[in-house]
Design a protein around this ligand. Structure first.
Ligand code: FNR
Length: 352
C-alpha cells in the first residue's frame, strides 16, 4: 500500500532506468541545496490550537491571479515527463484534473504539445518559458500556448545555463533516442546541458520582462527568485508573481533552502503579487509550513514524476490526493478551519 510520497518515490526508483532516475532525482554539485530544501521543513514544528469550534473538513480553496484553485498547490514545471511515462504530460494533466482543480505548469521542454494538453480540460495550465537565443521560436511557443488557453507565463530566471549536475556528467546522460521537446523544432536536444549552453539566451536582464509583456497579454511570473532585492525588483519590473525556487537544487548548489529565504521575500513583496514556493514539498504539513511563512501556494515537482512512473495518470492523482489529504488532516488537527487561519503563529522554528 502506498500511503506517502516517499512510498511513491521508492516504487518509482525500481521502475526507472538508473540514468533516467539520476536525471530526475539529482541536483547540482554536492547536492547540498537539494538536501537543504527537505531539511528546512523538518526544522519547523507546528503550533496547534484546540477547542476552536473549527468546522470539518477544513476549507483549502484559494484564489490566485483571479482563478480559484481547490488547494494552494500546483505542479511545478519539469521537462520531459515522457522520461517517467510514455504518455508524459498528457497523463500528468489528466491525473491532476482527476484529483482536483489545481494548476499544472508545462515546461518549455514538455514532451507533449500545448494544444493536446489544453484539450484535456481541468485546472489552469501555465507555460514555463526559457528564453531561447531564437526569440522567434520562444515567441511562437508563447503564442501557441496563449491561443490554446494557457493562463500565465512562468519565466525561469535561475538558468542562464544548466547547473553542474554531477550524476548526469558521470552517466553521460542523454535523452533516449527519439525523445524531443514536442513544442520546439530544429535543434539537437539530445543533451539537455549542451543544448542549454548553446541555445539559452545569454546575458538576459530585466528588460526581458518588458519583452514578454510586448509579446503576450498573459500574467508573467518570475521563477527562481532567492533574495529580497530581486523580489522587489521583480515586482517593480511588472511581474505578476514570484516563485521562490532554487530549481529543486539543480542549478546553483550552495544557495539556501527555499523555505529559509521565503520570509525575506514575502516581506519585500509586501502582498503586491502572489508568492509561490517550490522545492522539497513532500507532505501536507510542508504545504502548511510554507503558507505559515507567507507563501500563497506551493508547487511540487519530482513526486509528480514518481506518480507518473508508478501508474501514469492514476499515480499522479494518487500523489496529489495524498498531499491534499495530509493537508486537510494537518489543518483539522491544528484547529485551522481555512487558509486565512494559517499565519506565522502556526509554526515554531526551535525544537520544543
Ligand atoms: C525541473 N525543474 C524545471 N524548472 C523549470 O523552470 N523548467 C524546467 O524545464 C524544469 N525541468 C525540470 C526537470 C526535472 C526532472 C526536475 C526534477 C525539475 C525545476 C522544477 O520546476 C522545480 O523547481 C523543482 O523540481 C521543485 O523541487 P521538487 O519538488 O522537485 O523538490
Amino acid at each position: 500500500m502506498r500511503l506517502t510520497l516517499g512510498d511513491f518515490e521508492r516504487a518509482a526508483r525500481t521502475r526507472l532506468d538508473p540514468g533516467i532516475w539520476d536525471f530526475l532525482a539529482g541536483g547540482a554539485g554536492e547536492e547540498r541545496t537539494l538536501a537543504a530544501n527537505a531539511e528546512a521543513f523538518d526544522r519547523l514544528w507546528l503550533r496547534p490550537r484546540v477547542l476552536r469550534g473549527t468546522t470539518a473538513p477544513p476549507e483549502t480553496a484559494t484564489t490566485i491571479l483571479g482563478r480559484s484553485w481547490d488547494a494552494p498547490l500546483g505542479v511545478a514545471p519539469m521537462g520531459y515527463h515522457t522520461l517517467a511515462h510514455p504518455l508524459g504530460e498528457l497523463a500528468t494533466v489528466r491525473g491532476t484534473a482527476a484529483a482536483a482543480r489545481l494548476p499544472v505548469v508545462i515546461s518549455t521542454f514538455a514532451g507533449r504539445t500545448v494544444e493536446e494538453l489544453a484539450a484535456v480540460g481541468g485546472g489552469p495550465l501555465w507555460l514555463q518559458v526559457y528564453c531561447l537565443r531564437d526569440r522567434a521560436m520562444t515567441r511562437r511557443l508563447i503564442g501557441r500556448a496563449e491561443d490554446a488557453g494557457f493562463e500565465a507565463l512562468v519565466l525561469t530566471v535561475d538558468a542562464p545555463h544548466l547547473g553542474r549536475r554531477l550524476r548526469d556528467l558521470r552517466n553521460g546522460f542523454r535523452l533516449p533516442e527519439g525523445m524531443v521537446p514536442a513544442n520546439l523544432e530544429g535543434h539537437d536536444f539530445s543533451s539537455p546541458a549542451a543544448h542549454a549552453s548553446t541555445q539559452f539566451a545569454p546575458a538576459l536582464d530585466w528588460s526581458v520582462v518588458d519583452w514578454l509583456r510586448s509579446v503576450s497579454a498573459l500574467p508573467i511570473l518570475l521563477k527562481g527568485i532567492l533574495t529580497d532585492d530581486d523580489a522587489a525588483r521583480a515586482v517593480e519590473s511588472g511581474a505578476d508573481g514570484v516563485f521562490v525556487s532554487n530549481h529543486g537544487g539543480r542549478q546553483l548548489d550552495g544557495v539556501p533552502a527555499t523555505l529559509d529565504v521565503l520570509p525575506e521575500i514575502v516581506a519585500a513583496v509586501a502582498g503586491r503579487v502572489p508568492v509561490l514556493l517550490d522545492g522539497g514539498v513532500r507532505r501536507g504539513r510542508d504545504v502548511l509550513a510554507a503558507l505559515a511563512l507567507g507563501a500563497d501556494a506551493v508547487l511540487v515537482g519530482r513526486p509528480v514524476l514518481h506518480g507518473l512512473a508508478v501508474d501514469a495518470d492514476r499515480g499522479v492523482t494518487d500523489v496529489l490526493n495524498i498531499l491534499l489529504a495530509e493537508l486537510t488532516d494537518a489543518m483539522g488537527l491544528a484547529g485551522l478551519g481555512d487558509l486565512a487561519d494559517i499565519g506565522p503563529e502556526t509554526v515554531r522554528r526551535d525544537r520544543p
